[in-house]
Design a protein around this ligand. Sequence first.
Ligand SMILES: [Zn+2]
Ligand SMILES: [Zn+2]
Length: 295
Amino acid sequence: MVRAARSDYGARVITEVRAGPYTLRGVSVGGVYTTLHVPELDVVLDAGLTLRSFATAGRYFLSHGHLDHVAGLAGLLNIRGLVGAKRARIHLPAEIEGAVRDLLRAHGSLARAELDAELLPMLPGEEIPIGGSMFVRALRTHHPVPSLGYQFIRRVARLRPEHHGKAPGEIARLRREGGPGVFDEHESLELAYVTDTLSRVLETTPSLLESRVLVLECTFVDATRSVEDARRKAHLHLDELVALAPGFQNEAIVLMHFGQGASPDRVREAVKSRLPEGLRERVVVFAPEGDRWFG
Ligand SMILES: [Zn+2]
Ligand SMILES: [Zn+2]
C-alpha cells in the first residue's frame, strides 16, 4: 500500500506579523536565511532568500555579508529584470560594497546578463532621506564582520504652539520672512532593524529602546545555549533581554533570527515563560505557526 506522503517541508514559506502600525512578512531562521518585507515602508531588510513578491520593493537594506542575509540577492535582481522593475537600490555597509559588486558581476557573467543595481554604501551614524518625511540612519552593530543596523525615522515640521490659530496667510508670511521658530522639527523613531549583534548594541545606540517598533535578533532562547555561548558567537540570548527588560520603551519588539536548534513552538514557550510581564505582552515572535521551520 502506498501511504500518502506526509509533508516534511514544514511551515508555510512566509510568516506575517503586525507590530504597531507595521507589517513584517518574510522568513527568518538564524544561520539559514533572513529576509523581511515591510510594505508600509516599501523596504526589504536583508536578502537571505529569493522570495518572488520581494523583488519589486523600493529599497533593500543589507545588515552584513553573511550568506544567511545575502544569498537571495542575485535572485531578486534577476526577477526585477524579468518583470522590468527599475534599478534596485541597495543600502549596505560601506566595507562590503566591493564584495557585493564582485558577487553581482560573477552572477552576471554566469548568466551572460548584467545584474544591475545601485549600491548605496552607508557608515554608522550616516543618515539619508528615503522619500516623503522618512529618513534612515545606519548604526553600528557588533558582529565579527562589518555590519549595520538601520533606524527608520519620520521627521515632520510642526507649527509652534505660539502660532496656533493664526491665518495660513500670516504663517506663510512669517515663513517667507525667515524669522526663527515658526516650526519645530519633530522626530519619530518608527522602526529599527537590528540583527546579528551582541546585546551591547542597546547600550551603544540607546535610542533603539525608544523606537516605536524594534526588530531584534534573538538567536538563542533557552538553556541549551548559555548567554556566554551566544556572546562568543556575537549573537543575542533571550536571557539578556530579561535583564534589560525595564529599559524597553518600544510599543512592539519583534524577535527573529532564532536558531534552528529550537522549534517555533519552543521559541514561543521560552518567550512566554522567561520574559517578565510588562515586556512579554509587547513581544512579537517572528516564527511560523506550529513546530517546524519552513524548508
Ligand atoms: Zn544571521
Ligand atoms: Zn551574521
